[in-house]
Design a protein around this ligand. Structure first.
Ligand SMILES: Nc1nc2c(ncn2[C@@H]2O[C@H](COP(=O)(O)OP(=O)(O)OP(=O)(O)O)[C@@H](O)[C@H]2O)c(=O)[nH]1
Length: 391
């Protein structure tokens, strides 16, 4: 049986340098026969000749453009179909350049879902080897702090695409096995170092390389054997912090992270006021919170640059029937160990990652958002709640 063909996926925002990297890899691939999949959302300037030199016979089949320019939803289907075709060719490796606005998880899932989708099981023929994210060092801060959506920039994948650019950049960074901090020629070394430290804090498991024009040794991005869905989903810095794996601070650049934990609920109005004056030094924040007025549902806060979302993260176990609570606690020792005699599993745990944050001040301000000793004795679930409904 033919061995599974390893696949490297290149992600990164528009113009970060994915195509430049792809061409560099094709020029330096030595004896590897590489099949390439790009999509036609942006202009394609892949040097087709380079693919031909790789021993593929018909360029058409090697350089497959996805018909539908959107990888995040419908294109996943196309991806599966086109990769399936590539995998039947005489090639050793597949390189996929996803569009600058694609989310990495659906792409990864197309390879890892072990079931027939459209009558194809990609996981039987291919093996997702490496997720590479190219970060544009020169425009990272501009894009991240812009507060713009893809719609504002007319880069939407579907009509009304309200995804914030900062959220997309973070998804791509947090899910990567390898991050290329590209275009470092556009910054001074001090700025590069700071960005490098930040990327490391956002994704401590990723290998990070500094590049210009995607010039990197191919063995650092091809056949690295680093992708695993489990690992990729757990590699974000905020996940590690929540799991008590503190990320060492890089004091030189003031990049740090900490967790705010408390077993009292937030007062809705005070919490909302605080959210409205979000500290600018916080670059990334994510975690769960307990809102006094919503005793049944845990809230999930996610902030990336200027984008802040609050959504429901599921019911608190403490809102279940006594019988269900008992059973769940018996099945889950971790849940049982943090069970509070009155409040059960309700609590707040939020990770903050940022640059030169005033941890003490943030902690203190958050403490002031909690219910007071007086308030906690009242029926706090009836408190006025100006926050939007959870999505
Ligand atoms: N200064 C500088 N420019 C670079 C570097 N790498 C790529 N570029 C330029 O950046 C521009 C965009 O590069 P591409 O490789 O097309 O970027 P891309 O990510 O494929 O872009 P899309 O396909 O539009 O998403 C091109 O003009 C490249 O020549 C670099 O390291 N430094």
């Amino acid at each position: 049986m033919k061995q599974k063909i390893p696949v490297t996926v290149l992600s990164g925002y528009l113009g970060a340098g994915k195509t430049t990297l792809l061409n560099h890899l094709l020029s330096n691939k030595q004896n590897l026969k590489i099949g390439v999949l790009v999509n036609d959302m942006s202009e394609i300037n892949i040097d087709a000749q380079l693919v031909e030199q790789g021993g593929l016979k018909r360029t058409d089949e090697k350089l497959i453009q996805l018909e539908n320019g959107c990888i995040c939803c419908t294109l996943r289907e196309d991806l599966i179909v086109e990769i399936d075709k590539l995998a039947d060719l005489d090639i050793d490796y597949i390189l996929v350049e996803s569009t600058g606005i694609s989310e990495p998880i659906p792409v990864a899932q197309s390879f890892t879902l072990q079931e027939d989708v459209l009558g194809i099981d990609l996981s039987a023929k291919t093996r997702l080897d490496t997720m590479v994210t190219v970060v544009d060092a020169g425009s990272f801060w501009h894009d991240y702090q812009s507060g713009e959506t893809l719609l504002d920039r007319q880069q939407e994948a579907v009509e009304e695409d309200e995804r914030e650019i900062s959220d997309l950049l973070l998804d791509q960074i947090e899910f990567a096995d390898v991050i290329l901090l590209n275009k470092i020629d556009q910054l001074v070394q001090e700025e590069v170092n700071q960005l490098y430290s930040l990327l490391h804090t956002l994704n401590p498991d990723a290998a990070i390389h500094q590049t210009t024009y995607g010039k990197i040794s191919p063995d650092l991005v091809l056949d690295t054997n680093t992708f695993s869905f489990e690992k990729a989903s757990q590699s974000a810095g905020w996940v590690k912090e929540l799991n008590h794996e503190h990320i060492p601070e890089t004091e030189e650049y003031g990049i740090a992270s900490f967790v705010y934990r408390n077993r009292r609920p937030f007062h809705p109005e005070r919490w909302m006021n605080w959210l409205e004056q979000w500290p600018k030094e916080v670059v990334r924040s994510k975690g769960f919170f307990w809102l006094a007025s919503r005793p049944n549902t845990s809230g999930l806060l996610s902030q990336a640059g200027q984008s802040l979302t609050l959504e429901a993260a599921g019911p608190w176990v403490a809102a279940y029937s006594e019988e269900d609570q008992k059973q769940l606690r018996a099945e889950d020792s971790e849940l049982d160990s943090r069970w509070h005699p009155v409040f059960g599993d309700r609590m707040t745990e939020i990770v903050f990652i940022g640059i030169k944050m005033n941890e003490e001040k943030i902690m203190h301000e958050l403490d002031l958002c909690l219910l007071t000793d007086e308030e906690i004795k009242q029926d706090f679930t009836a408190l006025e709640d100006p926050l939007p409904a959870f999505v």
